[in-house]
Design a protein around this ligand. Sequence first.
Ligand code: SF4
Length: 78
Amino acid sequence: MNRKPDHFVLRVDPILCDGFGHCHELAPELVQVDEWGYPIIHEELTSMTELTLLKSARLAVRGCPRQALRIERTNGPA
Ligand code: SF4
């Protein structure tokens, strides 16, 4: 039986991204920006129980003007 995803990670589509770094303002805990303003995403899986971080991730996804961000849900280490 498949486990329900219990972790998430934020993903960016670099082709769509405009590099203005709005996502960093919305979710600074999960997104840093490089010297050109392009996002550097926190790559480690975050537990779904980290509700503050999940909320920030959702905020960044909704606030991205290019729809370049998505939340990938996955299973963490068993
Ligand atoms: S908000 Fe979206 S388009 Fe802007 S830098 Fe972040 S991922 Fe790229």
